[in-house]
Design a binder for this molecule. Structure first.
Ligand SMILES: Cc1ncc(COP(=O)(O)O)c(C=O)c1O
Length: 452
């Protein structure tokens, strides 16, 4: 018997009742049974934020094996912007499934890969000729962006920033800042990776963006040297590191310095991309045009796909066969991406992300004005976070953060934490979440904070 035999009739997508409904405790008996099987079969190192098993999801909810309907404030970590089992995506994938499932794009080509590349070249910031290449995961795309930048510049060093998260493969672990859980015990890491200070307005005394960038540039010049530096890689808004929005001017100053110094500027928009921040890409908010932009997560409605898009001269530089892979740009994932992109563009989801952001910011700022433990409310569009602190010292309060998340989970809200200090709660609802669920979820978060 498979884990889903008893739930075969359940269908996800936006037709699922858009309600929070708890019929058992969280986790319920079915999830607990499945969890016991998981523990006996799956590496313990693969954890779960909420200990339930999903049988269906769509709109703004996720239904578990016990029939509980949970409000989804996570989108599978910023993936299902267009909603789970989005009908456009399901239809496009079904059509492709019936044509063919795989050729390996580097064996024989197919047009959907090219169409995804065309869409990325059109949608990403920068009014210059671009090329794209497709991969499977965010980390794989980051690795390839660095490979391409090194090939193009003939240099080796890469600078990443404090609080950065770029993945769990060897190079991306090295680029990632946080030790536990991402790096501890997994070294040695790839060489020629250096770290520069970030603009973190809540914790750097409100340094203006240009001054913060000059500090980073000074570190880079003294500790690395532009003559050795292939690329700067940065998330325009730090994701796992705590939804840190750099002060205005930080990113453009870095871009200008990179351009003057023959350094490739790579924006890792794996978490911020595709309407999430109330613009198609977070780079758009500050009008920057990265030389290379890395995307994944929200690109394909939940299918594994990622991309590197950049200036044509940079992207065309490596030798034929130097870039690729068996599954990168799989035809089902490409079909899903084309339907997903159509949904962002035609269903008004950029606008919807702005509306969701306005609601979340309003409610969370109101809570913060009455509760000094909420030290900061920040984000853009539907990528919003609160940072929890000891009001006396402003020190991070990870314990309080954990309590709030646990309360939310037990009351039927999927809520994610993040941050170098583990004291940030992040809000990433699907952009298809109806207002009444957004309201109810935020009310439960308010209850959770009050109870903690
Ligand atoms: C900014 C950023 N880069 C890279 C990654 C790695 O992506 P993946 O988990 O698909 O390898 C993530 C994942 O959370 C991310 O947020």
């Amino acid at each position: 018997m498979t884990m889903t035999d008893n739930t075969a009739a359940i269908v996800g997508g936006p037709e699922l009742p858009q309600e929070r409904k708890l019929v058992t405790e969280i986790p319920g008996p079915e999830s607990k049974k499945l969890m016991a099987r998981k523990q006996a079969a799956v590496s313990k190192a693969v954890g779960a934020t909420v200990p339930v098993f999903t049988v269906a999801a769509g709109g703004g909810v996720l239904v578990d094996a016990d029939g509980n309907s949970l409000i989804d404030f996570g989108s599978g970590i910023a993936v299902t912007g267009v909603g789970n089992s989005n009908p456009r995506v399901v239809k496009a994938m079904a059509e492709q499934l019936n044509r063919f499932t795989h050729t390996c794009f580097t064996v024989t080509h197919y047009d959907s890969y090219v169409e995804v590349a065309e869409a990325l070249n059109r949608l990403t910031p920068g009014d210059f000729e671009k090329r794209s290449a497709l991969f499977n995961s965010g980390a794989e795309a980051v690795e390839n962006a660095v490979k391409i930048a090194r090939h193009y510049t003939g240099k080796q060093a890469v600078v990443a920033f404090d609080h950065a998260y770029h993945g769990r493969t060897n190079l991306t672990m090295g680029l990632t800042a946080k030790n536990i859980p991402y790096k501890s015990g997994f070294g040695p890491f790839a060489p020629e990776v250096y770290r520069a200070p970030l603009s973190y307005p809540f914790r750097d005394g409100g340094l203006d963006g240009v001054t913060a960038a000059r500090k980073a540039i000074s570190t880079i010049e003294k500790q690395v040297g532009a003559e050795n530096l292939a690329a700067i890689i940065i998330e325009p808004i730090q994701g796992e590191g705590g939804f840190i929005v750099p002060a205005e001017g930080f990113l453009p100053t870095l871009v200008a310095w990179a351009r003057e110094n023959d350094v490739v500027f790579i924006a890792d928009e794996v978490q911020t991309g595709f309407a999430r921040t109330g613009a198609m890409f977070a780079s758009d908010h500050e009008g920057i045009a990265p030389d290379i932009i890395v995307t994944a997560k929200g690109i394909a409605g939940g299918l594994p796909l990622s991309a590197v898009t950049g200036r044509a001269d940079i992207m065309d530089h490596p030798q034929v066969g130097g870039i690729g892979g068996t599954y990168g740009g799989n035809p089902i994932a490409c079909a899903a991406a084309l339907a997903t992109i159509e949904s962002y563009e035609q269903d008004g989801l950029v606008q919807r992300a702005q509306e969701i952001g306005t609601t979340m910011m309003g409610r969370l700022n109101a809570l913060a004005s009455e509760d000094p433990r909420i030290g900061d409310v920040r984000g853009r569009g539907a990528m919003v976070a609160i940072e929890l602190v000891d009001p006396a010292t402003n020190e991070p309060d990870a314990e309080l953060t954990g309590k709030i998340a646990k309360y939310a989970h037990e009351h039927g809200v999927i809520l994610l934490t993040c941050g170098t200090y583990g004291n940030v709660i992040r809000f990433l609802p699907p952009l298809t979440m109806p207002d009444h669920l957004l309201d109810e979820g935020l009310r439960i978060v308010a209850d959770a904070i009050a109870a903690a």
